[in-house]
Design a protein. Structure first.
Length: 164
């Protein structure tokens, strides 16, 4: 027992004081979901015991546009049948704010659920931040409910659309 007059005024004889400490964590680029950062000896301390470790576990937040698979990211883009046949030309705002132009090559037909790959425009690989994954764009093609008669005539004249 510690005599009341000899007790520490800060801890009141408990031999420990509450203290708040800010730990700054620098998350590596491309860190995977569940990545753990360990700070040794930063947990609570008690007399005669070794202090424990503080573990910081990264958790991904879902994104409204992109889905992640390792260092690769995928997005869906809905296009019209006209765009699927004549080509697409649009901008994608990447996670880092960079604008990426996506343009199909002339004559390229985009099939429903077709995928276009843009090399090295994914996320950086964890622990190898100078190498990047790919960006995949999954095209969803919307078909018109009905075609007007004046639109049918030019389409019937096209030989590539006829089946044998």
């Amino acid at each position: 027992m510690i005599d009341e007059k000899n007790k520490c005024k800060e801890c009141n004889g408990k031999k420990v004081c509450k203290e708040k400490k800010i730990i700054e964590v620098n998350i590596d680029k491309g860190s995977p979901n569940g990545c753990v950062y360990t700070f040794h000896g930063e947990a609570d301390e008690y007399p005669g015991q070794e202090p424990g470790d503080v573990l910081i576990i990264c958790q991904e937040k879902p994104h409204k546009t992109f889905k992640r698979k390792g260092a690769d990211i995928m997005m869906e883009k809905t296009i019209t049948l006209y765009e699927a046949l004549t080509g697409v030309d649009f901008m994608v705002t990447h996670l880092d704010g960079q604008k990426i132009r996506v343009k199909s090559t002339p004559g390229e037909v985009i099939k429903p659920d077709g995928i276009k790959t843009i090399l090295d425009k994914g996320l950086p690989f964890h622990k190898t931040s100078f190498k990047f994954g790919n960006l995949f764009i999954l095209f969803k093609v919307t078909f018109p409910e009905k075609l007007e008669e004046n639109a049918l005539k030019p389409l019937t004249a096209l030989s590539f659309m006829k089946t044998s």
